[in-house]
Each structure stands twice: as C-alpha cells, then as structure tokens.
Design a protein around this ligand. Structure first.
Ligand code: HEC
Length: 548
C-alpha cells in the first residue's frame, strides 16, 4: 500500500472524506500574510501599482484586506462596489441551472461574468484583466506576484469561502451574553431585562423572505424563496470563580452552545480574559458594558461603544496638562480602591503625567467601602495642585470636607454616578467630572427612544446608561444582520457594523458613532463637566466635546 492510500483510507475511516474542509483547517501563512498584511513569502513588502497614474503603494497599505475586507466578501464604498473575492465567488464553475449557482448574497457580487480559472485569476491580480478579457477598473491595483506567492494567495482566497458558521441553523440564530462574577447585580438585572424583552420581541415579528442571487443578478424566487425567520436565542454565560479560570469556562460554554456572536454583556474591572477569548475564537464580541475595555488595536473581533474609564483618564490627563492659564500643575494625587476600575485608569493618568515630568502620588484604598482610609488619603493628598478621584458613589458621598488648598479636583463620572453622583455641595465648585457621553440636555431625544421602549414594556429603569447601551447593542446587531441578508460569516458581521455605524441616528447616550476598520471604540470622546449648582443634576460643560 502506498503512503497516499494509507492516508486516504485513514481519512475515510475517520469520516473526513471532505478534503476541502480538511484543508480549511490548515493555516495558509503566506497567503494570509499577503492578503492581510501585504507581506510576501520572502518577507518583502507587497507592491501595488495603478495602471493609470502609476500610483504605487506598498506593504500593509497595498494589502487586499484594505478593500476586499477581512471576510473577503468585499464592501460598498459610496457608489463603488468592491466585489467579493473568496474562492467560490471567483472560481465557481458555470452553473448548468440557476439553482446550482446558489451563492450567499453579498452586495458587490458579480454573478454574470464567466468564472475565473486559476490562470485568469492570476492575470486579474497581475494585470487587471477580468475573466472575460475586459480590464478591471483603475480602483483595483495591479500586483507583481511570483508564482509561489500567487499560488499561496489563491489558496487563501479559497479558504476564505463562507462555510458553516457556529450558532446558525435554518431556524435559529444563537447568541450569548457574558457576565463576569464581579459585575454589579443591579446592572446585571437591568441589562438582562432589556435583552430578554428585545429577543422576545424580535421573535414575535413577521417572517421575512430570504434573498439569494441568480446568475442574472436578479433576486431568485424559485427554490430558495423560503420564508426564513430565524429565531434569536440568547444564552447567558455567567462566569464564576477567579479570572484565571474564565477562558476555560467560556470554551466549555462555546462548545456546548455554539453561538454566532456575543452581544452586550457585563463586566467588572477585568474584562481582558473575555476579550482575549473572543479574539482567539474569532467570535464577534459586540459592545459589552465594561468600564475597562481592552485597548488592543490589532484585534478584530471585540468592539466597544467607548473606552470607558481609560477614555476618562485621557480626558483628565489632557485637562491637567492643559493647565488652563493658572499656575502650572506639578504634583497630582489620585485616590482609588484596589482592584476596582479606577486602578487601571489611575495607572493611565500616572503614565501620561509622568511623561511630562509631573509628580503623581497614588493613594490606594483597601477594597470595600470603609471610609476611614478615605479620610486619611484625603489628608495626605491635600498638598498637590490637582486631585483625581476614581471612586464609587458610596465613597463620593463620604468625602467630608474639600481640600483647604485651592486644588482642582477631577473625578470619574462613569464610576461616580454621572450627574446623579452624590458629590457633597462643598465639593461641587472645585470638582470636574470626566463625562464620556453626550450631555443630558443634548441626548434627550436619542435616549427618549429606548426609555419609551422600556416604559411600554414595563422594564424598570435601574441603571439607565447600561440599559440604554444594551438596547443600542441589540439594535446595532439587528441592523447589521438585516444588511447581511443570510450571509452569516463572523468577520462579515464586524464589517457590516463598521460600515453602518456612522449612518445610525439612534445612538443613545453617544452623540455619534463610527468605526473605521482599524478602530475598536465606536464613540471617541467626551466632556469634562462641573455641576451648575450646589445640589441637583444640572451640569455645565467646561469645553466642547473633546476627542483625546
Ligand atoms: C485599493 C482597493 C483594492 C485593493 C487593495 C485590492 N483590490 Fe481587488 N478590486 C478592487 C476593486 C474596486 C475591484 C472591482 C474592479 C472593477 O469593478 O472592475 C476589484 C476586483 C478584484 C478582482 C476581480 C473580481 C471579479 O469578480 O471579477 C479580483 C480577483 C481582486 N480584486 C483580487 C484582489 C487581490 C487578490 C488583492 C490583493 C493582492 C486585491 N484585489 C486588492 C479593489 C482593490
């Protein structure tokens, strides 16, 4: 028996008769590097030229991913459609009957040109000539690729083909939401209440027809005109125990209940294990409620509404450095509780200010709410020009007397309760809140929408901002899925969200949302505000919307 026959026999015995699926699990490092990063097999940068102007680009700027997207399913850029280029869209042999050419619908698909062969595909990439000998538009660059690189690239395009995605059946779309054990119980119930109502409502809606393309480019109404209304099913993954065990728990959940994406969710001060798990598992993790998201710009699958306390840290550090006409700030004190979200935020301020030669003293209170250590820390912090408080409402309410020296005080709005923060009256004149949302009076119309929705469904408002963000996350998911028709591909879900966010009108607490392809935080800025009066919730912005 030859080695080959042993191998083939073994595959059959194992039930792995599908060589395509078998091959799909092997990495294609060279093809992927060319496609995503613009790096050739030799390590040299990919080079792109545009026939007309002779315009050149190189390396990451020339990579296919910039236009054809991570999924390979293309995009619509204004009026230009960038076609899908995964193997099946390019190479699928001419269909004998229409039903045979049954490709998932994507906007830029070219259903009516001849299929490519590997040779004409190589010609398209090198010379910009399509399968029928016609020139491709100048928007598609030409790439000088050697034979080995070309083979690896084409191989990678085949691997990009949409395949069976976890969590998708003919009748159900499965989603998860993740809650860490340190999450606030009040916010947890508020979030779940919104999600459960949203899913129930989604499932009671009318059926909608599925669209698929005929080779003629017309919507196909024959065999595939089945009425699909996939139910949305929510799985609540509640983590327990120490953070070091969360990834293993998530792997078990995902194995037991495969899902298309993670939606919303709630964390405490440490979301990193969840973030890493989603990135590693190619699982979209859409807009969780977390104060401390992970700022890893190279990652693709986790998306956040805002950078949370890390954004507040940028806003506060920016204000301190600005020194607004007064005497320059030299010494800054910060107070936070060990293990809470203020810890990473204080570290970010510390790093930013020390880079400018300032002295920063960090006063760490023991975890919990004992206010005696707070009084000690405040006494010790009375000497500097600025004081930064990363404290929860219980500590804020217990602040006592403000510092005697004319120190400027900054505090985290997110941690301290935003405009409902119990900041004592005598602190109000000197205290500035980082406010990573639109101002209350400016967001009324946008927030009234979810609030009205909650009212009609009798959902108690127990954590307004978290619940409004949860409603926003569900709405963004629904809109992205409606754009996807029935092409359920995980990177494509991320790309749809990126494409649609900036046109979104109902953006809840945020004035505006955008996600360029290298961005993970949809709202980029915030205000620094102070209270207008000794009591009440009225705020005055110190300046315009700031994008640090
Ligand atoms: C700057 C944007 C851009 C980049 C980068 C880019 N393409 Fe394209 N590509 C396009 C556009 C736009 C078209 C559609 C051209 C047309 O309409 O004639 C296209 C068309 C194609 C087609 C023809 C599709 C069809 O259905 O006929 C192939 C194949 C292709 N690109 C492969 C690639 C590969 C492989 C890379 C990376 C090596 C790449 N492209 C990089 C923009 C780009």
């Amino acid at each position: 028996m030859t080695v080959w026959r042993v191998l083939a026999g073994g595959l059959l015995l194992l039930g792995l008769a599908e060589p395509a699926i078998w091959a799909a699990d092997q990495p294609s490092p060279v093809g992927e590097a060319i496609y995503r990063r613009g790096v050739l097999g030799s390590g040299a940068p990919l080079e792109a030229t545009r026939q007309a102007g002779g315009l050149r680009s190189k390396g990451a700027d020339a990579a296919c991913v910039n236009c054809h997207q991570r999924s390979g399913l293309g995009a619509s850029e204004g009026r230009n459609l960038i076609p899908p280029i995964t193997g099946m869209y390019l190479l699928r042999p001419s269909a004998k009957s229409a039903d045979e050419l049954d490709l998932p619908y994507v906007e830029g698909m070219r259903a009516n040109r001849d299929p490519y062969t590997e040779a004409t595909l190589a010609r398209a990439i090198r010379e910009g000539i399509d399968s029928q000998g016609k020139p491709l538009s100048y928007l598609m660059p030409r790439f000088a690729l050697g034979d080995a690189d070309m083979a690896a690239l084409i191989d990678y395009l085949k691997r990009l083909d949409p395949r069976r995605v976890p969590g998708v059946t003919d009748t159900v779309l499965h989603f998860a939401t993740i809650i860490t054990p340190d999450a606030d119980p009040v916010k947890r119930s508020g979030m779940l209440d919104v999600m459960q109502h949203y899913f129930a409502e989604k499932n009671s809606r009318q059926m909608v027809p599925s669209r698929r393309m005929r080779p003629s480019g017309k919507t196909m109404y024959s065999k595939t005109m089945f009425m699909v209304h996939r139910q949305w099913q929510l799985h609540v993954w509640e983590l327990a125990g120490p953070a070091s065990t969360w990834q293993a728990q998530l792997a078990q959940h995902l194995a037991k209940e495969p899902v298309l994406a993670v939606v919303s969710g709630l964390g405490g001060s440490n979301w990193a294990p969840v973030h890493e798990f989603c990135e590693k598992s190619a699982l979209p993790c859409l807009f969780p409620n977390v104060e401390v998201p992970v700022d890893a710009s190279g990652d693709f699958y986790p998306l956040y509404l805002s950078k949370g306390v890390l954004l507040e840290a940028d806003l506060i550090a920016g204000k301190i450095l600005e020194a607004g006409g007064g005497p320059p700030t030299k010494t800054v004190h910060q107070i936070y509780r060990a293990g809470d979200s203020g810890e990473p935020a204080a570290a970010a301020v510390d790093a930013a200010l020390k880079r400018h030669g300032m002295t920063v003293h960090n006063h760490v209170l023991a975890a919990g709410t004992d206010s005696k250590d707070l009084a000690d820390a405040l006494r010790a912090a009375a000497t500097g020009q600025a004081l930064v408080l990363w404290l929860r409402p219980a500590d804020i309410a217990a602040l006592g007397d403000p510092p005697a020296a004319p120190a400027t005080v900054f505090m985290s709005g997110l941690m301290g309760g935003l405009e409902r923060s119990p900041l004592p009256p005598r602190w109000r004149a000197s205290t500035h809140l980082a406010y990573p949302f639109d101002l209350p009076q400016k967001r009324i119309v946008r927030v009234d929408y979810p609030l009205g929705w909650f009212r009609i469904r009798q959902i108690p408002v127990v954590a307004e901002q978290v619940q409004a963000d949860t409603y926003l996350a569900c709405g963004l998911l629904a809109e992205a899925l409606s754009h996807m028709v029935d092409t359920f591909v995980q990177p494509y879900l991320i790309e749809q969200l990126q494409g649609m966010l900036e046109h979104r009108v109902i953006t809840g607490y945020y004035p505006h949302l955008t996600l360029a392809s290298n961005q993970r935080f949809a709202s980029k800025g915030g205000y620094v505000v102070h209270f207008a009066e000794a009591s009440g919730t009225k705020l005055i912005a110190d300046s315009n919307w700031l994008v640090p």
